[in-house]
Design a protein around this ligand. Structure first.
Ligand SMILES: NC(=O)c1ccc[n+]([C@@H]2O[C@H](COP(=O)([O-])OP(=O)(O)OC[C@H]3O[C@@H](n4cnc5c(N)ncnc54)[C@H](O)[C@@H]3O)[C@@H](O)[C@H]2O)c1
Length: 253
């Protein structure tokens, strides 16, 4: 894996799960990390873990459903470290597990704001900064296998995650000449607080979820983090506009 020595990396939802694992992985590769989240104590804990391992990190509160907080997070990254090389739009929620007709308008609106609006606002703030940098930048948006397949009981989630891929492809095409690469990652079930919550909805849930994955296991946040880093690596400069599936073989069939 390439070194990200002194690169400035902003990660949303970095207080937990995939976001935290990604923050730790980039820090281990030498990057300076801006950890952002709505959960301040978890965010600060990620910063502490990075510092204890000898890395450099700082925290900013950012509710990804609010466009102004993205602008503030980018300004904070640039004010603290001088530039923004990499952004990972990772923060998200699982939403309510219910059939389409039982999802409420407020379920829908919350999902659109936190899982889709978040990526649109993030891209705007991050690209406004990156177009000013001769070296451009790299962005990874965290979609899901539910962004390439339907997800029974999760219509708003699946719609939002499909939307993330549309935003990724469009942004990649619009800014390809500005040296900005934009890709998406699509994990299948991965050990995190979000999946823990889903598994707790019924005793047989974990086994049902595991059965649909050909490898017969969930992903680890560290595995998704490595794929995100690969998408951002300088050695991978020819890759943009892609949605990479990290799914233990699920979509191969
Ligand atoms: N775990 C999986 O199985 C899985 C699979 C596919 C995609 N994903 C996606 O991966 C991303 C990370 O999820 P995770 O599994 O690590 O879950 P997680 O619950 O462990 O982490 C999500 C993080 O996002 C933060 N967050 C929630 N709402 C926020 C908001 N409005 N503003 C800022 N931060 C907010 C939370 O505080 C938390 O730190 C999400 O976008 C999720 O949809 C997860």
């Amino acid at each position: 894996m390439s070194s990200f020595n002194k690169q400035v990396v902003l990660i949303t939802g970095a207080g937990s799960g995939i976001g935290r694992a990604t923050a730790l992985a980039f820090a281990q590769a030498g990057a300076r990390i801006v950890v952002s989240d709505v959960n301040g104590s978890n965010g600060q804990q990620t910063v502490e873990l990075i510092r204890q391992a000898g890395g450099e990190a700082t925290y900013i509160h950012c509710d990804v459903a609010d466009p102004e907080q993205h602008t503030a997070a980018v300004a904070f990254a640039v004010g603290t470290f001088g530039r923004l090389d990499v952004a990972v739009n990772n923060a998200g929620i699982g939403g309510r597990f219910a059939r389409l007709i039982d999802q409420t308008v407020s379920d829908w609106e919350q999902m659109m704001a936190v899982n889709l609006g978040s990526v649109f606002y993030g891209l705007q703030a991050q690209i406004r900064q990156m177009v000013q940098q001769p070296e451009g930048g790299r962005i990874v948006n965290v979609s899901s296998i539910a962004g390439v397949k339907g997800m029974p009981m999760g219509a708003p989630y699946s719609a939002a995650k499909h939307g993330v891929i549309g935003l990724t492809k469009t942004a990649a095409l619009e800014y390809v000449k500005k040296n900005i690469r934009v890709n998406a990652i699509c994990p299948v079930y991965t050990h995190s607080a979000m999946v823990q919550e889903l598994m707790s909805t019924a005793p047989e849930m974990e086994e049902r979820m595991r059965r649909v994955i050909p490898m017969g296991r969930f992903g680890q946040p560290e595995e998704i983090a490595q794929a995100i880093m690969w998408l951002c690596a300088p050695e991978n400069d020819f890759c943009t506009g892609q949605a990479i599936q990290m799914d233990g073989g699920m979509t191969a069939g």
